[in-house]
Design a protein around this ligand. Structure first.
Ligand code: SF4
Ligand code: SF4
Length: 56
């Protein structure tokens, strides 16, 4: 299942830099993951300081 970024996101951008398929982009109030592009590798979750990316 793809990962989804929760409202805990502080928009630091660390996850977007790590995503191997560029599935993460900056949204209005937090970063967002394109579910159709995400390959569920978990890299975003491993670098996030607030554990916002969660596998759904
Ligand atoms: Fe990108 Fe992997 Fe996070 Fe999916 S789980 S958004 S592919 S870094
Ligand atoms: Fe948000 Fe975490 Fe990504 Fe930073 S690493 S933009 S806090 S989801």
């Amino acid at each position: 299942m793809p990962f989804v970024i929760s409202d805990e996101c502080i928009s630091c951008g660390a996850c977007a830099a790590e995503c191997p398929v560029s599935a993460i982009s900056e949204g209005d109030s937090k970063y967002v993951i394109d579910a159709d592009t995400c390959i569920s590798c978990g890299a975003c979750a491993s670098v996030c300081p607030v554990s916002a990316p969660q596998e759904q």
